[in-house]
Design a protein around this ligand. Structure first.
Ligand SMILES: Cc1cc2nc3c(=O)[nH]c(=O)nc-3n(C[C@H](O)[C@H](O)[C@H](O)COP(=O)(O)OP(=O)(O)OC[C@H]3O[C@@H](n4cnc5c(N)ncnc54)[C@H](O)[C@@H]3O)c2cc1C
Length: 456
């Protein structure tokens, strides 16, 4: 049964609000419209597809019991329900394609408990807020998106992939980066299920299509005093090779290796006095205790340190990581809104041959921005290239050429779960959805496997 086939549109929203028995509801159209959006605007393709999509009401539960109540009402009236964290996703993940209820989780933000190596948190807790508390006992979150200050942990697990810290711990879907979750179902009688071990993969990175996460147990990493450093290099490939060698330097403790080809750093307005124009540079987070051996590596590559802050100094003002990952795109677009981006994983190759080819092949049309991470035990460059957009066909041509040459593209110009980074249907996530969301009410239109099953 499709959601569209159900007559929930005729619903009396006044009655619905009364039935919620005191749970906060937002019905002001301007607010609902704002909370129906995320950062899909980085994609000119998604702008065409998503601009007119809007929910009917926003509901803001404060506890798991309230989530259960909302789920029960949505199932009873067969209303689509789209979960929302901070709404910083880039692919319209929390945009309600078929209207209905937007479930805003930001009131559920407690850190329930923490102990060395593990924290138990509510899904609406901001990553920076969790970190602040766990650092008091000497631990920190293992990885964070560059939206660290605003994004929620529930949204990061459900919609993100990795980020600052991924050079050490890999990506979110890697076994060991999520210990357990509690999930509210959308059955006739909604209930809470706890998933542990590999079972967490049933809902991990599923865009909220197959369960509402109400609690997470996350592993932590040892907290270091992170110095921020910017190094410039004579040419881009020297900067890229420095990034690879630093990634492979097991003795140097690092959290961020972000490499930018000229002219990207020219877009960083607040760093203009620091980074000379048209520099090829590396933006880095290095443990203070590793700065001396790190300095030797910089010398080996003839780099110039143009900026260095101790962890104490870095704790004030804008963090350097807010120029990296997709914040790089944000800064570039704030100067030139016609720019868009790509997400690429280059195959492991210490010589960076394919990367070098792409850098020269596209020149200024696809500006090279790398973020090094660990994948299956190997350090390799992911790229979030800044692309000078001309037409959808040209963008597709660029994607196709990368794929033909052996680079993996996690397409940021689609809202469909399987068409982004996954490329294949995940039978386990589909089976879980069939079991716990039999009416297909959760974030309809995002899971291709479900829609194809309905058509079939
Ligand atoms: C400037 C910029 C930089 C970024 N950098 C990075 C980066 O470095 N790494 C990265 O991975 N991402 C990055 N992102 C994307 C995004 O910020 C992150 O993935 C972020 O963690 C999403 O969290 P959120 O709270 O905003 O989630 P939302 O955008 O609100 O939601 C994301 C998805 O999760 C689902 N969801 C939210 N909460 C729940 C829940 N409790 N239960 C079930 N489903 C839920 C939503 O339905 C949606 O499908 C960036 C985005 C921007 C705009």
């Amino acid at each position: 049964m499709t959601v569209a086939a159900l007559n929930w549109n005729a619903l009396d929203w006044d009655r619905f609000a009364t039935e919620l028995e005191g749970i906060e509801v937002i019905r002001d159209p301007a607010q609902v419209s704002k909370l129906s959006k995320d950062y899909y605007t980085y994609s000119p393709i998604l702008v065409l597809l998503l601009s007119d999509k809007v929910g009917d009401v926003v509901v803001r539960p404060a506890s798991e019991a309230e989530v259960l109540k909302v789920a029960e009402l949505c199932v009873r009236h067969k209303i689509p329900l789209t979960v929302r964290g901070a709404g910083t996703g880039n692919y319209g993940q929390c945009v309600p394609l078929q209207g209905g209820v937007i479930l805003d989780m930001t009131k559920m933000q407690a850190v329930k408990w923490m102990k060395p190596g593990i924290a138990c948190v509510e899904p609406g807790a901001k990553l920076s807020a969790i970190d602040k508390q766990t650092r008091e006992i000497g631990w920190e979150i293992r990885m964070a998106p560059s939206t660290y200050r605003t994004a929620t942990i529930g949204g990061f697990i459900s919609g993100g992939s990795g980020g600052i810290g991924s050079i050490t711990y890999g990506q979110l879907r890697d076994r060991g980066n999520l210990n357990a979750v509690r999930v509210v179902t959308m059955e006739d009688q909604p209930r809470v299920i706890e998933l542990r071990g590999d079972e967490v993969q049933k809902v991990n990175h599923a865009y909220g299509t197959n369960g509402i996460i109400t609690e997470l147990e996350i592993p932590l990493g040892a907290a270091y005093a992170w110095a921020e450093v910017i190094v410039t290099f004579a040419d881009f490939m020297t900067a890229a090779r420095f990034g690879q060698t630093l990634s492979d330097s097991d003795g140097i403790i690092k959290k961020l290796i972000s490499i930018h080809a000229a002219p990207i750093a020219n877009y960083f307005a607040a760093l203009k006095s620091v980074i000379p124009p048209d520099s090829h540079c590396a933006l880095l987070m290095i443990a203070e205790s590793s700065l001396e051996p790190f300095g030797e590596l910089v010398k080996q590559f003839n780099g110039t340190v143009v900026y260095q802050k101790s962890a104490q100094e870095a704790s004030k003002g804008t963090m350097l990581c807010e120029y990296t990952w997709n914040h790089t795109t944000l800064h570039a677009r704030s100067v030139d809104p016609s720019l868009t981006y790509l997400q690429t994983l280059f195959p492991p190759d210490k010589d960076l041959k394919l990367l070098e080819h792409m850098y020269h092949h596209y020149g200024d049309e696809v500006m090279m921005h790398l973020e090094f991470l660990r994948a299956n035990g190997t350090a390799l460059p992911a790229a979030l290239q800044i692309v000078r957009f001309s037409t959808p066909d040209r963008l597709q041509e660029i994607i196709q050429y990368h794929e033909d040459q052996g680079a993996f593209i996690a397409n940021p110009h689609t809202y469909v779960l399987e068409d982004g980074g996954r490329k294949a249907i995940d039978p386990i996530q589909l089976q879980f959805k069939e079991a716990i969301d039999p009416y297909g009410l959760l974030n309809p239109g995002k899971m291709k496997a479900w829609d194809q099953r309905e058509l079939g």
